[in-house]
Design a protein around this ligand. Structure first.
Ligand SMILES: Cc1ncc(COP(=O)(O)O)c(C=O)c1O
Length: 463
């Protein structure tokens, strides 16, 4: 087929050949995708030159903003010198070593050892594999089960998908059975009606303890938790939950994996949130996304001195730590990670988030006056609006209404990209988002919710 414009050609090639992640193929076959060509700080431009505010930092990851010349230079320079060499046993590179040193400075407690990968799913897989290996070496071969939570998101490889507690997404994928067990999401807005808000944290901690007893702590290796659940709907646990669940794990000799793929590197106003914001000292800390601001694929699994001491002991049967990837410690990726952290520190992007984040949250909270906004929740630069058909009963809209997608489409037409998930609009902008960007996003989102309400009324989908 002869296509008229370059945009049309790209669109067609993409539609014909790219298998997109988390995609509704029916919608995709009708509408295809927008091709984005260029970014500049918190703005992004499509193939027709249209400008959008990037309200989601690519996918919660472009923390320092788009189009950073300094990062492009760093990549070019590292590529000229040495883009890649393996890091298996007797080889390494300067960026891999330097970034490891920097991460061990930033991470709390004894999290001084890093295993590199290329993203969050791989980093979570690595966390579980290392913990299993550790327990085998400690002579605890039964201590393998993982406790996760409903609505948690930990990735999409076989293992990371099993850790993920968004259950509808499990359908028709044969994930490893009986390895991961789930407890309730710490979702106060949709807690069981008989539980008072001030008792919800006790309820969650009791439930976690009952789950540990049911499975027997001798069989449970780890509890995995995002400090704030991201893709599950920016679920902010009740006060004290993170620390109490961590203490419970410690009391039962269960390791605590903190998945900070989204929350680390400034999104909550701190480089690492587990300890600074929540008083938790994880045994394993999982990093990706903001570690390189998405400029290159990079992930990291940080492990404690205690775990390292066991896994690094000499072994007779197999002296090798048999886990690794071609791109573990990729020189160019690590150089970008290091430069990215340098930019964040130099520009005090965490400080920017701490200054503007509370105000961003307050501005968003004003949307609760609208009849279809059930709750606005989040922290700093990680925010979410949940929609309901009935505010009194918290009845959600039927799935077919695709409420958040409709609102997202209105936002996009007006020049703001948000992330629609189920009944939620997620906002997780680059950390460069300033007052003007917040003001404009707020105005567009409000207008888009009102426009969607009018559409629903005229289509007879909402009274
Ligand atoms: C908390 C969390 N963990 C893990 C992942 C998986 O990361 P990746 O998509 O880089 O594999 C994500 C991705 O969104 C995430 O939000």
């Amino acid at each position: 087929m002869l296509l008229e414009t370059e945009t049309r050609r790209l669109w067609q090639l993409d539609q014909d050949h790219v298998l997109h992640p988390y995609t509704n193929f029916e919608r995709f076959s009708r509408e295809g995708s927008t091709i984005y060509m260029r970014g500049d700080r918190h703005f992004i431009y499509d193939s027709e030159g249209r400008e959008y505010l990037d309200g989601i930092a690519g996918l919660w990851c472009v923390n320092v903003g788009h189009g950073r010349e300094e990062l492009a230079e760093c990549m070019a320079e590292q590529a000229r010198q040495l883009a890649y060499y393996n890091t298996f046993e007797d080889a390494s590179s300067a960026p891999a070593a330097l970034l490891a040193g920097k991460l061990s400075e930033l991470c709390p407690g004894t999290l001084r050892h890093v295993f590199y990968g290329t993203g969050g799913s791989m980093a979570n897989d690595t966390a579980v594999k290392i913990i299993h290996y550790y327990n085998n070496l400690r002579g605890r071969p039964n201590k393998k089960l993982i406790i996760s939570r409903n609505l948690a998101y930990h990735g999409s490889t076989y293992l990371a998908h099993a850790l993920t507690g968004i259950r509808p997404g499990h359908i028709a994928f044969d994930l490893p059975p009986n390895l991961v067990h789930y407890v309730s999401a710490p979702y106060a807005y949709r807690r069981p009606s008989e539980i008072a808000a001030e008792k919800f944290c006790d309820f969650l901690i009791d439930e976690l303890e009952r789950k540990i007893v049911e499975l027997d702590a001798a069989n449970v290796a780890a509890f995995i938790a995002e400090p704030i659940l991201g893709a599950g709907g920016v679920i902010v646990p009740p006060e004290g939950y993170q620390q109490r669940s961590w203490e419970l794990c410690k009391a039962h000799d269960i390791l605590y994996i903190s998945d900070e793929v989204v929350t680390a590197f400034g999104r909550l106003g701190a480089m690492i949130a587990s300890d600074t914001v929540y008083g938790v000292q994880p045994d394993v800390l999982v990093l990706a996304k903001g570690i390189s601001s998405g400029y290159v694929p990079l992930g990291a699994t940080m492990i404690s001195d205690e775990i390292y001491a066991v896994i690094s002991q000499p072994k007779k049967e197999n002296p090798y730590f048999s886990h690794g990837f071609t791109y573990s410690g990729h020189a160019l990726a690590c150089a970008v990670g290091l430069k990215n952290i340098e930019i964040m520190e130099r520009e005090d992007l965490c400080g920017n988030v701490r200054r503007l984040g509370p105000w961003f949250g307050e501005e968003l909270a004003t949307l609760t006056e609208l009849p279809i906004v059930g709750e606005v929740r989040g922290s700093m630069y990680m925010q979410c609006v949940e929609y309901v058909a009935d505010k009194q009963t918290k009845q959600p809209f039927a799935d077919q209404v695709t409420i958040a997608k409709r609102i997202g489409a209105h936002c996009k037409r007006r020049g703001l990209i948000v992330r629609p998930i189920g009944s939620f609009t997620v906002l997780s902008p680059p950390l460069t988002y300033d007052q003007a960007a917040i003001d404009r996003s707020m105005a567009i989102l409000r207008e888009s919710i009102l426009a969607t309400m009018a559409d629903l009324k005229s289509e007879g989908l909402w009274a």
